[in-house]
Design a protein around this ligand. Structure first.
Ligand SMILES: NC(=O)c1ccc[n+]([C@@H]2O[C@H](COP(=O)([O-])OP(=O)(O)OC[C@H]3O[C@@H](n4cnc5c(N)ncnc54)[C@H](OP(=O)(O)O)[C@@H]3O)[C@@H](O)[C@H]2O)c1
Length: 255
């Protein structure tokens, strides 16, 4: 990724921060992002301290004007844009018959519309530049499965995966690669919130996962790097990185 410019949305913590750091290690100029200017800049500062090139830019991905500003910030700072990682996301849980309409809307706004908004703004830029580009959408294995009290999140993430296919098909003629990365359980604040409200714990997740553990932030960053690289003929694909969770139907390990 030497000399390429990448925006990583939601890179003030967790998976997005790990992706931003990994891309910077590979020589990319990275625009880190958060809803807060301070948190975006703190992530960028860490990258610069480690010898990388980064600038922080605040934007709520569910606000289209702010998203256009994010792409403009990349272009102003680094002269262009090559890669977008749509990682920002959140979840609000509750029984589907009671989930507040504004909570449903908030999850769909950030987790699905935010992905479209950022892709739209970056896609325009890629097409104008005429040199292609790569979009990596961080969805979730929960886009392939149902989980209690997660209607908005599961629906939004499923939507992201089919948005990935649609944009990949539509923008292939511009050499724009679009793929999803669908993580399984990775230890971050979102997972802790999920475990608290879903009624299962670390051991339950380890037992349910064929590889017997959570995935790591570094592993997710490696997957994102592969999908961002545009040297692999892979587009319109969903890379599920879940330690075998979705391959495994149900039951004991057979002892
Ligand atoms: N952890 C897992 O096990 C797991 C599994 C499957 C999928 N995922 C997906 O992976 C992505 C990252 O999750 P994570 O686990 O790393 O969570 P996290 O540590 O909570 O990070 C979420 C990031 O998104 C940012 N963010 C939230 N709402 C935003 C908005 N409206 N606009 C811009 N940025 C926003 C947060 O920044 P600020 O709070 O600073 O604004 C933060 O940087 C999410 O899309 C999540 O659904 C995670």
């Amino acid at each position: 990724m030497d000399g390429q410019t990448a925006i990583v949305t939601g890179s003030s913590s967790g998976i997005g921060k790990a992706i931003a750091e990994r891309f910077a290690e590979e020589g990319a100029n990275v625009v880190t992002n958060s809803r807060s200017a301070e948190r975006a800049e703190a992530a960028a500062e860490e990258i610069r301290e480690a010898g990388g090139s980064a600038v922080g830019a605040a934007a709520d991905v569910s606000d289209y004007d702010a998203v256009e500003g994010l792409v403009e910030a990349a272009v102003e700072e680094f002269g262009g844009l090559d890669v977008l990682v749509n990682n920002a996301g959140h979840t609000i849980t509750g029984p589907s018959e009671e989930l507040a309409i504004e909570d449903w809307q908030s999850v769909v706004d950030v987790d699905l519309s935010g992905v479209y908004y950022c892709s739209r703004a970056a896609g325009q830029r890629f097409i104008d530049q005429g040199e292609g580009g790569a979009i990596v959408n961080v969805s979730s294995m929960m886009g392939h499965q149902g989980l209690h009290k997660r209607a908005a999140y599961c629906a939004a993430k499923a939507g992201v995966d089919n948005l990935t296919r649609t944009l990949a098909v539509e923008w292939a003629e511009h050499d724009i690669y679009v793929n999803s990365l669908a993580p399984g359980y990775i230890r971050t604040p979102i997972t802790d919130q999920t475990m608290e409200t879903a009624g299962y714990d670390t051991e339950d997740i380890q037992n349910r996962t064929p590889l017997g553990r959570f995935g790591t932030l570094e592993e997710m960053a490696e997957c994102a790097l592969f999908l961002a690289s545009r040297n692999n003929f892979v587009t319109g694909e969903v890379l599920t990185a879940d330690g075998g969770w979705t391959a495994f139907a149900w039951g004991s390990k057979g002892e």
